[in-house]
Design a protein around this ligand. Sequence first.
Ligand code: TRP
Length: 333
Amino acid sequence: MNRPTILTGDRTTGPLHIGHYAGSLANRLRYQDSHDQFLLLADTQALTDNAHDPEKVRRSVIEVALDYLAVGIDPARTTICLQSHLPALAELSMLYLNFVTVARLERNPTIKDEIRARGFGRDTPAGFLCYPAAQAADITAFKATVVPVGEDQAPLIEQTNEIVRRINTTAGCAVLPEARAVIPKGGRLPGIDGKAKMSKSGGNAIALSASPDEIRNAVKAMFTDPNHLRVEDPGRVEGNVVFTYLDAFDPNQDTLAELKTQYQRGGLGDGKLKARLEAILQDLIAPIRARRAELVQDRGYVFDVIREGTQRARERTEATKRDVVSALGLFEL
Ligand code: TRP
């Protein structure tokens, strides 16, 4: 039975949060049964905008691996591997850079937005500008055809496929498959302050390793409807972070629909609503936190998972590199 290959991953810049859970981890748990899944700990890519702090990037490799295992990623079914220890990814990146122009890299909407947001301007690190080619190498090295990513990453998959087509045209054969981005429907989970992006650095995230108190305080601080002052007042559901989170995590969506109606009519207080969300998040995170605490005691096991996964990934990515070199007709020794 030939199952489709999935490659996806995360930059190692810190522990993962519940936005990652809603957006990608929950899907990855499901894919374990239906797909040949590889998860990349993208430490090299993390360096493209964190070169000043390699220590954070190194430390976060373990943090992200712990999060994967704690939510139930099973290393027997999913290969967890480390980008910096897969030389074929770097080698393919160098090859691919010759199949993309600087102008095209600069036009990539993801890159363009991030360069503007960070105020890089002319001082954009070259590695950062070129990371779409490196991400194309990540994806194609595994010959992945399915790439589950957030909406913001869609232009990277598009650019990957452009590189694939150029290489296939030059090679005169379909040495690399094109990949399809799978974007989760709910969209990105906002931060607890209602800002579009949940991030640890933004101080508006709930980590998967959050303590019961951290969860309680985060829900307490959560943005609702600023005009919903008294319980009797009608309240807004749109843009109300508590409802957005309930949409993502409430196992009982029928009751949730009733609560929305009641809130809009007036007569449902924020306190009651927040108590419901808090209980749901405490239930979601408690087993993850417990499993994580066990795994932290057994770092040798976590290292073994990464080492073995990387070994498996090395064989696969080396094979692709040889295929590409040979298809392009470059010198082989
Ligand atoms: N760019 C992704 C992120 O921001 C991480 C990543 C690196 C990735 N290589 C990838 C995702 C390949 C999907 C496929 O987290």
